[in-house]
Design a protein around this ligand. Structure first.
Ligand code: DX5
Ligand code: ZN
Length: 225
């Protein structure tokens, strides 16, 4: 089922020296989820945030913490991120040999489970577990860095997932991550997305701009509905 449009600012683009204040500011500015990009320098060529940082910023927002795990192997860290405050834990099929088991692990801890598809990962990779998950995250850039350009070929994947999710009758977020700005937000929502991750576009210009940045993304997305 398709739900209302939500905006998930990625704190990868926040000022890390003031991370707690940044999470507070983006929450006050109207964000719906706090998107947290976890990278290990192995699954993706960048290193970012561990569970201790998630725990440290948990008190700064009552919004769901949407934790995107770009680490391999992923299973040994699931419980630590869940305990640290993750509400949604999203994994890539390539980050472990048993995707279904990883999803069971997440749900067994009472957290929402997501599966993320890289630009070259087909829809078929998530289809067998669609009945067990709460979110599908379509990567519209190759994971690892903020500030990259939206890969338009992923719009077909979003359309295909929209059809599958609607046919399933289940409530599953269809989230898009990478290169989201007002123009691509509209395209992604028109294709069927209902959660937009935005790093660069959400945090551009500093805290005084956050509410306006989020409002512009939301309006652009709604124009695509
Ligand atoms: C990339 C991350 C994204 C990133 C998006 O690997 O998963 O969440 O922060 O950044 P922008 O919006 O700048 O493309
Ligand atoms: Zn992400």
């Amino acid at each position: 089922m398709r739900q209302g449009l939500r905006i998930a600012p990625s704190i990868l683009s926040a000022d890390f020296a003031r991370l707690g204040e940044e999470v507070r500011a983006i929450t006050a500015a109207g964000a719906d989820y706090v998107h947290i990009d976890v990278m290990d320098g192995h699954f993706v060529p960048n290193l970012t945030i561990g569970p201790d940082i998630v725990r440290a910023i948990k008190g700064a927002s009552a919004l769901p913490f949407d934790v995107h795990l770009m680490i391999a192997p992923v299973d040994p860290f699931i419980a630590r991120f869940a305990e640290a405050g993750a509400d949604i834990l999203t994994v890539h099929p390539e980050s472990g040999p048993h995707l279904h088991r990883t999803i069971q692990l997440i749900r067994g801890l009472g957290r929402r489970a997501g599966v993320s598809l890289n630009p070259a990962t087909p829809v078929a990779a998530v289809e067998p577990v669609l009945g067990e998950i709460d979110l599908v995250l379509v990567m519209s850039v190759n994971p690892g860095f903020g500030g990259q350009s939206f890969i338009a070929s992923q719009l077909d994947k979003i359309r295909a997932l929209r059809r599958l999710i609607d046919a399933s009758g289940r409530t599953i977020d269809l989230e898009v991550d990478g290169g989201i700005n007002p123009a691509t937000a509209k395209d992604a929502v028109a294709a069927g997305a209902d959660v937009l991750v935005a790093g660069t576009a959400a945090f551009a210009g500093g805290p005084a701009r956050y509410a306006d940045n989020i409002r512009r993304l939301r309006e652009a997305g709604k124009n695509g509905q």
